[in-house]
Every structure is written in C-alpha cells, then in structure tokens.
Ligand binder design. Structure first.
Ligand SMILES: *Cc1c(COP(=O)(O)O)cnc(C)c1O
Length: 236
C-alpha cells in the first residue's frame, strides 16, 4: 500500500466511525480532498484511488491545475473552490468550479451568477459564515446572513446549497462541536424562512468527527490525506 492509500483508508475509517456514532448514513457525508499546494501528480494519484471531489483555495493555482488535468482525469473530478475570493477574480472560478464555498458578500454572488457560462448548470454555492466575531475574518456575520441568503437565492445562475464555516482550531472535541452546532442552527433558521439548504460544509483534518456529529455533509480534508503542507508553498 502506498502512503496515499493508507491515508485515504484512514480518513475513510474516521468518516465511517463518525457516521456510525452519529447514526447517519455514510452516503450523507462526502469527502473533499483539499489539494491546495499539492501537485497535479498527487491529485491524479488520489483520483486513481477513486477520489472525485477536490478543493482548491487559490485562484491562479486552481485554474492552472484544473486546466492541466481537464483532459487527463476520467471521470472528471468535481471541483470545489473553498478559498477567499476577490471580486476581480470571480470569472475564472465561475467558468470552472462546480461549487464555491466561500461566498460571503452579495457582490461576489452577483458576479459569479453573471459570469457563469450559459452552457453549464447553475454554480452550487455555500455562504461562508464567520462565527468568531473577530474583525478581519472572512465570512458573513450572523446578523447579515439572512439578507445575504435571501438575495443570493434570487440569482439566476447560482444554486444556493448551504453554509460553510472555518472555525478557530481547538483540541477539545466538545469545544470543536460548538461552532458546527451553531452553523446547523443557522441553516435550520434559514430553512424555516423558506430556504431549502441541504449542505453544511464543515470539518477538516483535525475536527471532522465533531463536524459529522453536528451534521456536516461535506468535509474538507487536506493534511490527513496528503500529509503536512510546507509553509513556503502558499500561493495566491
Ligand atoms: C486548507 C483548508 C482545509 C483543509 O485543512 P486541513 O487541516 O489540511 O485538513 C479545509 N478548508 C479550508 C477552507 C482550507 O483552507
């Protein structure tokens, strides 16, 4: 077994166990392999093992890898853009991604909708929520979430699917569950006002169990699959 096969099997076991503990079907949770800073060869190797969902954070890196792999991977992967998005970089993402998890203001949503090519299905989006209340963090504030959801749901070329959050790391499993439980409550509150959100994008390498116990439907895992990222490899 290669290292990658080991890592993937171990992540799969963790997801299985968490689903069992939560009394949930394994099919209710999908695994996104977060491949930021990883090579095309690493993505290809994981794809060969059956991985189909990949997540990227940095626009230029996403475009380069997406385009290089477009003709190589069969079946084609499902690409999730999960990084911070500036208004002047939305077009290339709207043209390539299947999902964007990081919509946190109306201007970004409007541009993605306007720039989504006519021949493709609507872009699936999650609203990123900042639960930390710290200034400067990306994500919409809880108090502005309802208005953003209402406006985004009206956009013709987007399909509003759910909420995403990226909480401060914690080693304590009880502490880990708190922001995930809050995101679930916010989803339920929106659905009580007529939205039909079926997606909670939450949980990473260190807290995917806590997220699954609170209802995560998409977990975003990098390090536990590919190993540690080198600090110098961050790209924009
Ligand atoms: C990097 C990243 C992840 C994956 O984090 P790991 O700890 O490596 O699993 C998940 N979500 C987002 C938004 C990220 O930027």
């Amino acid at each position: 077994m290669t290292q990658l096969e080991h890592s993937r099997a171990s992540v799969e076991r963790r997801i299985d166990a968490a689903c069992r503990q939560a009394g949930r079907d394994r099919e209710s949770v999908r695994l996104i392999a977060v491949s930021k800073t990883r090579s095309e060869q690493e993505i290809q190797a994981l794809h060969t093992l059956g991985q189909r969902l990949f997540g990227e954070n940095y626009v230029q890196e996403f475009v380069a890898k997406h385009d290089a792999l477009a003709l190589l991977l069969e079946p084609p992967p499902e690409w999730h853009f999960i990084g911070a998005l500036q208004a002047n970089k939305t077009r290339v993402v709207a043209e390539r991604a299947h999902w964007v998890h990081s919509v946190d203001r109306l201007k970004i949503a409007e541009r993605l909708s306007a720039q989504r090519p006519a021949g493709r299905p609507p872009l699936q989006v999650c609203l990123q929520v900042d639960l930390s209340r710290e200034p400067g963090k990306s994500g919409v504030r809880e108090t502005e979430l309802q208005a953003l959801a209402d406006a985004t749901a009206q956009l013709p070329r987007l399909a509003l699917r759910g909420l995403m959050t990226l909480p401060a790391p914690s080693d304590d499993p009880e502490q880990q569950r708190r922001p995930f439980a809050r995101l679930r409550e916010l989803r339920d509150t929106l659905n009580a006002t007529g939205h039909r959100l079926d997606t909670l994008s939450m949980g990473m390498s260190d807290d995917l169990e806590a997220a699954i116990l609170e209802g995560a439907t998409l977990v975003r895992v990098g390090t536990a699959l590919f190993g540690p990222r080198s600090p110098s490899s961050r790209q924009t």
